[in-house]
Design a protein around this ligand. Structure first.
Ligand SMILES: Cc1cc2nc3c(=O)[nH]c(=O)nc-3n(C[C@H](O)[C@H](O)[C@H](O)COP(=O)(O)OP(=O)(O)OC[C@H]3O[C@@H](n4cnc5c(N)ncnc54)[C@H](O)[C@@H]3O)c2cc1C
Length: 448
């Protein structure tokens, strides 16, 4: 396989950069059911995170000539909690030896520090997998390479858009920070995360972002033992005005962090808040890394334009409430890669915007829009004030709520409940919110 990668790398038309044409954001939808004589469809995937590697693997396996661009070496970790759901292990064949921790206990703490254990309904084989991103990303990337995707270790610096329905996109990139090169491709998949250059280059519009801040803290042995298989979530105005703070166990340390959309300038204040709440448990620990990164709050206004598609964080696929994005990145990357393979009949014909919208966007939206909206509503209801957060934690004590939540998270299906239990849950939810004066205040607001 190494020989193939080496040989292919020099085949396409790598050119030296010329003068930059002005960006044109119009859609190239003219029918393009043209065969591509003498070669296969050529795709560039920008970004080698879970979204990009999954897209590249699907493309290369389906017969597309695929280039996977990644600016960072394998040792660089994307700032992330690294928690993934059970279903991802099976769906993406993730070997169990990559998992640092099997979390079987979740504890959620209310603003007044009432703690509720949240993993009581987990079955013996169920757990949340905690991985280091550098480990997961390296694995997914090398699997894409083994499938035939050609690795390009480079920073993509710009993309020239085509002038006709079949002319190429030119990817400009720099190797080792200096040497500048370019590559012509038919299709581009933007998997370059929250600050996506690909999104900018096609005028995909912006999304609101949260900022997440995280410290990796190495704990003394006995303190680390406490977090053996336990993850903690904290809610309250002191740790975030609109999200939760966390302590996640990693291989030999814990990740302690928080996030916010509304008050990004105060993120360090909230980080002090979570440190204060967990002080007795992390005392004596040593900070080994500090990291921060944006998290998209909703999908971009445009996710497909011409023969360019955005996936993962670049598209904005992170759920509200939980801030979860790894699974959705890998899933959207794979779906998009398969969409290109299917629309191009295994790389034999040119594709167009309609193909990408039909085979990728429509399928994605049909599968996930409801889940994303549901979690958005939950975040608005339960993270808005300390009173509603107390209600949230109280509800988390309910075994039915726990089962439904874990089933939805672990298996990525909105769990189907029992009608009677759902009705009881609704009554309990309203009861908790009334007790916490959330509903009362909203009613008063309406009367006034
Ligand atoms: C602090 C924090 C904690 C989180 N915790 C969790 C969690 O526990 N569980 C969970 O599911 N989600 C979590 N998330 C969200 C999750 O990290 C993202 O949703 C996920 O990484 C998205 O994957 P991606 O492949 O789309 O993008 P990324 O993982 O961001 O990958 C993008 C890749 O593109 C590369 N790249 C970018 N620009 C260029 C360029 N110009 N040229 C070449 N390469 C480029 C980058 O180097 C990177 O490797 C967390 C996020 C943060 C910030």
């Amino acid at each position: 396989m190494a020989a193939k990668i080496q040989a292919n790398f020099f085949l396409p038309s790598f050119t030296t950069p010329t003068s930059k044409p002005k960006p044109r954001f119009h859609s190239l939808t003219i029918s393009a059911s043209k065969s591509i004589p003498g070669r296969k469809l050529r795709a560039a995937v920008i970004g080698g995170g879970p979204a990009g590697s999954s897209a590249a693997e699907a493309l290369a396996s389906g017969g597309i000539e695929t280039f996977l661009f990644e600016r960072n070496p394998p040792s660089v970790a994307k700032p992330c909690g690294g928690a993934i759901p059970l279903c991802m292990l099976e769906e993406f064949d993730i070997p169990h030896h990559l998992i640092d921790r099997h979390v079987t206990h979740m504890r959620i703490f209310s603003p007044s520090n009432i703690a509720v254990d949240f993993g009581k309904t987990l079955k013996p084989h169920e757990f949340i997998a905690m991985l280091r991103r550098e480990v997961l990303d390296s694995f997914l990337r090398s699997r894409a390479h083994s499938a035939g995707a050609i690795p390009v270790s480079a920073l993509v610096t710009g993309i020239d858009l085509p002038t006709t329905a079949t002319s190429p996109y030119t990817i400009h990139y720099s190797v080792n920070g200096s040497s500048r090169r370019s590559l012509d491709v038919d299709v581009v998949i933007g998997a370059d995360g929250a600050n996506s250059r690909v999104a900018k280059s096609i005028g995909a519009g912006n999304y609101t972002c949260a900022i997440a801040f995280q410290e990796r803290i190495k704990l003394p042995g006995e303190k680390m033992a406490y977090y053996e298989n336990l993850a903690e979530m904290y809610v309250g105005d002191d740790v975030s005005p609109d999200f939760y703070a966390w302590v996640f166990p990693k291989c030999d340390h814990v990740a302690v962090g928080t996030g916010t959309v509304r008050s990004k300038q105060d993120i360090k204040l909230y980080q002090r808040g979570i440190r204060e709440r967990v002080r007795p448990k992390i005392n004596g620990g040593k900070v080994i890394k500090v990291e921060a990164h944006p998290i998209p709050e909703h999908p971009r206004p445009v996710r497909v334009r011409g023969r360019v598609a955005l996936v993962g964080d670049a598209a904005g696929y992170v759920t509200k409430c939980s801030g979860e994005g790894i699974y959705f990145a890998a899933k959207s990357g794979r779906l998009c890669g398969n969409a290109v393979v299917s629309a191009s009949e295994g790389g034999e014909r040119m594709i167009d915007e309609c193909d990408l919208k039909r085979e990728y966007l429509r399928v994605w939206d049909a599968e996930y829009v409801k889940t994303f909206r549901f979690l958005d509503v939950l975040q608005r209801v339960f993270y808005g004030s300390n009173a509603s957060r107390e209600a949230l934690v109280e509800l988390c004590g309910d075994e039915y709520v726990q089962r439904m939540t874990f089933e939805s998270y672990l298996y990525k299906k909105l769990a189907r409940g029992v009608v009677w239990n759902d009705a009881k849950l609704l009554v309990n939810t309203i009861g908790s919110l009334v007790k916490s004066k959330v509903v009362q205040r909203q009613m008063e607001g309406l009367v006034l």
